[in-house]
Design a protein around this ligand. Structure first.
Ligand SMILES: Cc1cc2nc3c(=O)[nH]c(=O)nc-3n(C[C@H](O)[C@H](O)[C@H](O)COP(=O)(O)O)c2cc1C
Length: 139
């Protein structure tokens, strides 16, 4: 099974989450970690499943310069795609992730697990949730 992990991280917290997913998938799937600036609609045909990661930025939105344009470009092609969502936040209540999940559902994506959010760096609880989500994505 080919899985793409596509994430943005400014200060490393979402990257730490991506690393947990990658480690969990090691040996179970053919994993590619892809920078969002290098990902587009044609890449959706190359993989069986996708883990998308982005922190809360702006005012409860996806990172606007790189990740949001990438995501907007693939949104129309997400129908039937198996995905999970993850990301770190600071002071909010997770609104950015609720909005993002809604967008994915409206696009017809199949969420293999509930989105995983972590306040700043992932703690043990977030690690367990990320590992369960990774298993669900590969399952
Ligand atoms: C420009 C900027 C905007 C942010 N906006 C939000 C926000 O709207 N809500 C929130 O909960 N955290 C916000 N944060 C906090 C980040 O989401 C948080 O620090 C997160 O851990 C960063 O993840 P990263 O290390 O993967 O970049 C913001 C941080 C920055 C730098």
């Amino acid at each position: 099974m080919k899985i793409a992990i596509v994430y943005y991280s400014g200060t490393g917290n979402t990257e730490a989450m991506a690393d947990i997913i990658k480690d969990k998938l090691s040996g179970k799937a053919d994993v590619s970690v892809i920078d969002p600036s290098s990902f587009g609609p044609s890449d959706l045909e190359e993989f069986d499943a996708f883990a998308f990661g982005c922190p809360a930025m702006g005012n409860e939105v996806l990172e606007e310069d790189i990740f949001e344009p990438m995501f907007a470009s693939i949104e129309g092609n997400l129908s039937g795609k198996k995905i999970i969502l993850f990301g770190s936040y600071g002071w909010g209540d997770g609104e950015w992730m609720r909005s993002w999940e809604e967008r994915c559902k409206n696009a017809g994506a199949m969420l293999a697990a509930d989105p995983v959010i972590a306040q700043e760096a992932p703690d043990d609880g977030a690690k367990a949730d990320l590992e369960a989500a990774a298993d669900a994505l590969a399952g």
